[in-house]
Ligand binder design. Structure first.
Ligand code: OOG
Ligand code: NI
Length: 265
């Protein structure tokens, strides 16, 4: 389990230098940094479907707890927990419902999935992985017209698209609003989609995130400046009327967190 998260973290930092900078700023401030969750994206077909990832994560004792649906973005997701180790980071995995995409998206993605299926038949799943060719800038633009998620996933593959600082574990900054001020005061921009703070105490979860790092990605034909991965901040509250902290996600908030990779924003 620790190796899986370490490998995902190392890979994430290569694409997300902003996360390393923010992490180091927190550390310099004397904060205790605990990871609430990470997230991965995938396609709903072939050897990397959400169900296949579910089987893969079972070896690390991760179990699917709740299911989420994003009708407009054509996504379905599970969040996973280790029931015997509830302090372990949760894992949020979503999949693109390919059959609901236009033909030109299906054609490109099925081609990539066929490549991945060969790799996985031979060597199995091992995260992080980009189990298909580097796509072209044309393919990227075609996917982007219909689904920002499809364009991101086809480009970057299965890797952590964010890690999440647990605001509850910080020692100096005490609320999500304080964290947001701190991050902005160091010139990082936050995702404003649906407001800077997603969620509320009423739904037992408040979240914010940086806009994903710009990287100069070398597509097969030419480089383009696009957004890679982002950093998230999450403050959890007790489920109303109980003294039990909420461990799940909030679909309406997640819907906006996805937009942290939007190149246009
Ligand atoms: C995942 C977005 C959802 C959350 O905390 O609600 C999420 C993604 O961008 O792939 O992580
Ligand atoms: Ni998240």
């Amino acid at each position: 389990m620790h190796k899986l998260l370490q490998d995902l973290w190392d890979d994430y930092l290569t694409l997300t230098p902003d996360a390393k900078r923010i992490h180091d700023l927190f550390a310099k401030n004397g904060e205790t940094i605990v990871n609430d969750h990470i997230a991965l994206r995938t396609f709903n077909k072939g050897a990397l479907s959400l169900e296949a990832i579910k089987d893969y994560l079972a070896q690390f004792n991760y179990e699917a707890v709740d299911e989420y649906h994003f009708e407009e973005k054509k996504l379905r997701a599970y969040h996973f927990e280790i029931k015997s180790d509830l302090d372990a980071p949760k894992i949020f995995v979503s999949e693109l419902l390919l059959e609901q995409m236009p033909k030109e998206v299906i054609d490109i993605c099925e081609d990539l999935i066929a490549e991945a299926d060969k790799v996985i038949a031979k060597d199995g799943i091992s995260l992080p992985m980009l189990p298909w060719r580097t796509i072209s800038s044309n393919e990227y633009e075609t996917l982007l017209k219909h689904s920002e998620y499809a364009a991101w996933l086809a480009t970057f593959g299965l890797r952590a698209n964010h890690f999440t600082v647990s605001v509850n574990h910080l020692t100096h900054l005490s609320t999500l609003e304080d964290v947001n001020q701190f991050v902005k005061s160091h010139d990082f921009s936050l995702n404003q989609s649906g407001g800077e703070v997603k969620g509320s105490e009423e739904v037992s979860l408040k979240q914010s995130s940086t806009m994903a790092n710009f990287v100069n990605w070398k597509f097969s034909d030419q480089p383009l400046k696009i957004r890679s991965c982002f950093y998230e901040f999450a403050e959890r509250f007790n489920i109303p009327g109980t003294n039990q902290q909420y461990r799940g996600f909030v679909a309406a908030s997640a819907d906006k967190i996805f937009e942290s990779t939007n190149v246009a924003a």
